[in-house]
Design a protein around this ligand. Structure first.
Ligand code: NI
Length: 180
């Protein structure tokens, strides 16, 4: 087992800060970086109770999980700075936007399941973080679909972490309060 270090965190956080520079958290004018720190915080909380084989992979993939999907950063750039395992993890966590929207999550979950458990944990942490109050411009249909999609994430990935399984279950149930 290898534990993550503060240097691993700082390196990935700096890289993400540069890559997402100028992007904001949906529905707010807060920096997008807030999302990445929430996701990584969920991962670190899980690692504290359930150690994983490669914790650097978990922490760095959490901080970098959106750089390929949402910025101009490429797979090769992530691989050069963080190694192949992180680059492959981030790639699996990125939606394939060439697919029809309705198929993107199922495809993403299939690819995540081919990755080490550390990557499954990042996806669970991502959705836990995103099950806060939805942006004001989302309609009821979108909110319901988001909750249903969260159920599919839980079902696909829950074996990776009993701790996050419980936490995601709770967040999905709580999210029901935004559905009328
Ligand atoms: Ni995310």
């Amino acid at each position: 087992m290898s534990t993550w270090t503060q240097e691993d965190y700082i390196q990935a956080f700096r890289f993400a800060a540069q890559a997402h520079l100028g992007q904001t958290f949906p529905g707010t004018d807060l920096p997008y970086l807030m999302h990445l720190s929430f996701v990584c915080m969920e991962v670190i909380a899980a690692l504290a109770v359930e150690p994983q084989a490669n914790e650097t992979l978990a922490v760095q993939s959490a901080l970098l999980h959106d750089v390929v999907e949402d910025t101009s950063v490429t797979f090769e750039q992530v691989a050069d700075s963080f190694g192949l395992a992180v680059a492959q993890g981030v790639s699996a966590l990125s939606k394939d936007k060439s697919l029809p929207r309705a198929e993107q999550m199922a495809d993403c979950l299939r690819r995540i399941k081919q990755q080490p458990r550390e990557i499954w944990i990042v996806k669970m942490a991502d959705r836990i973080s995103n099950l806060q109050a939805p942006p004001s411009y989302w309609n009821q249909d979108k909110i319901k679909r988001y909750q249903t999609e969260a159920e599919s994430i839980l079902e696909a990935l829950q074996d990776a972490s009993p701790y996050l399984q419980k936490r995601l279950r709770h967040k999905i149930d709580e999210y029901g309060s935004f559905i009328s």
